[in-house]
Write a protein that binds this ligand. Structure first.
Ligand SMILES: Cc1ncc(COP(=O)(O)O)c(C=O)c1O
Length: 470
């Protein structure tokens, strides 16, 4: 009994109602419009400006969830959510997340919760093996890839200049990534004080992959100018087109030049788990760090990002700071996660990953990812066969980038019309100066029919002269 909390009977009653609601939601997500029909501020206007002075019954809260919150949801779990990177929360992952909330542990230190710390080590070791990476990689979970990459950049700085921790300020360090790398790299560099001007964007080849010879030339030019090249980030699955940088060649340059090599495989790391896709991470075994997000293409509810680092001692050098109240005995098997990151506390994110990995198993994960990749190739072929459209980048994973052969405004209008229909949700991006559509496939509920019905919808809109046929 917890005298100040809901009674166990009430909890059971509402818990069952909520599980029933989730079960219905997961089996009928496709019945909702993918995106809400609302204007900015609509929900705020419907909610009280201040929290209640007296507690309200759970019935009222649940009723408002259905009435006010659900209509304002963008349904990321919808089978026709094809915007950004399409992700989904599996039932197993949701169950793991519920239990993590219930036990409410904080994994800051081994002694603050051995289960959270040790399960994190075990699940990240499993995930590392699925990606074919060697055991030297120490793993730690962050909330997002942005946080993971931030930690890599901070450690790269310390490797390059061990005194920096005491001295502060940037002694002329530069960071390299392709011009298609995710903005999180630049943001991490900004937050760490590298200075935006010291993030170099390396040019790409015809398939949007970093050109190693340009990287080498930029490093040489920076050295000649008295700067200190510090870190290079290659991407396996760029956000714009899922291109794969030549990891092994970048690694060779990083080794020769003494740079930290971080791999952003936030999205593509999962694709690389398939035996036929091992080439995507070839060379990664010698890199300094790598990030992969189970919350992107591994059916684990947001948020969970797996960060691997072959230099845990450098991570500690960059981030360990132990006030007396957190000091603990130095057993080598008792990992204190707080020593390897900025945040002190963390929730039990490994639990949902453990549920997902055990419930699906490697073979089923591979089969699902393989289907998504196959449908992407089939969709790309269908788009190529329609003379009004063109595919604008190779589709090595499950993202198809294409455009209507018209103006930027027409392409934007196409996206708007699809999204307004509520039947599917797409996002666009600018590539080589032109607006394009991104069609991402990655949801557990998506079928081949979903993909092709959405494509038919796009064709129908084009046939109707980009007018809403109503
Ligand atoms: C390649 C890549 N890296 C990093 C990120 C940032 O991910 P997060 O939201 O986990 O910070 C994204 C987001 O889509 C991405 O595509």
């Amino acid at each position: 009994m917890r005298p100040q909390d809901m009674s166990p009977e009430e909890f059971q009653k509402h818990g069952h109602e909520i599980v029933d609601w989730i079960a219905g939601y997961l089996s009928h997500t496709r019945d909702y419009p993918v995106a809400p029909d609302m204007q900015p501020g609509d929900l705020i206007d419907k909610l009280p400006a201040s929290a209640p002075a007296e507690g309200e019954p759970m019935e009222a809260i649940l009723a408002d969830f259905e009435k006010l919150i659900v209509p304002a949801l963008n349904h990321w779990n919808h089978p026709r959510f094809h915007a950004y990177f399409s992700v989904s929360a599996s039932a197993a992952g949701i169950l793991g997340e519920m239990l993590a909330a219930a036990v409410n542990v904080n994994g800051m230190l081994w002694k603050s919760c051995p289960a959270a710390v040790e399960l994190e080590e075990v699940t990240l070791s499993w995930l590392r093996q699925w990606m074919g990476l060697p055991p030297e990689f120490f793993g730690i979970i962050h909330d997002t890839a942005s946080s993971s990459t931030f930690h890599a950049l901070g450690a790269a700085r310390v490797m390059a200049d061990p005194d920096l921790r005491q001295r502060g300020s940037n002694p002329g360090f530069t960071v390299y990534c392709s011009e298609h790398a995710h903005s999180s790299i630049e943001k991490g560099a900004l937050a760490l004080g590298f200075g935006q001007k010291n993030v170099r964007k390396v040019g790409v080849d015809g398939e949007f992959r970093m050109r190693p010879e340009l990287l080498a030339a930029m490093i040489a030019a920076d050295r000649a100018a008295g700067l200190r090249p510090c870190c290079v980030v290659s991407t396996v699955g760029t956000t714009s087109v899922t291109s794969v940088d030549p990891v092994a060649e970048v690694q060779a340059i990083a080794e020769r030049e003494g740079l930290w090599h971080h791999i952003d495989a936030a999205y593509g790391g999962v694709a690389a788990m398939l035996p036929e896709n091992r080439w995507m991470l070839a060379g990664a075994e010698r890199a300094d760090s790598l990030v992969v997000n189970p919350h992107k293409w591994l059916f684990t509810p947001i948020d969970i990002s797996a960060f691997y680092c072959r230099r845990p001692d450098t991570l500690r050098e960059a981030y360990a700071l132990v006030p007396p109240y957190l000091a603990s005995q130095g057993d080598p098997r008792a990992v204190n996660l707080m020593d390897y990151r900025v945040p002190l506390g963390s929730r039990f994110r490994a639990l949902k990953l453990w549920f997902v990995m055990r419930s699906f198993g490697y073979e089923r994960v591979c089969a699902i990812i393989r289907d998504h990749m196959l449908w992407a190739r089939e969709l790309a072929a269908a788009i190529e066969a329609d003379a009004r459209f063109e595919v604008v980048a190779p589709a090595p994973m499950s993202l198809v980038c294409f455009r209507y052969k018209g103006t930027d405004e027409e392409n934007q209008r196409l996206i708007e019309l699809v999204n307004r229909s509520g039947q599917a949700f797409l996002a666009g991006n600018r590539l080589n100066g032109q607006w394009m559509l991104r069609f991402a496939i990655g949801n557990l509920g998506t079928t081949r029919e979903d993909v092709f019905e959405t494509w038919s919808k796009i064709q129908a809109l084009a046939s109707a002269g980009l007018c809403d046929p109503g």
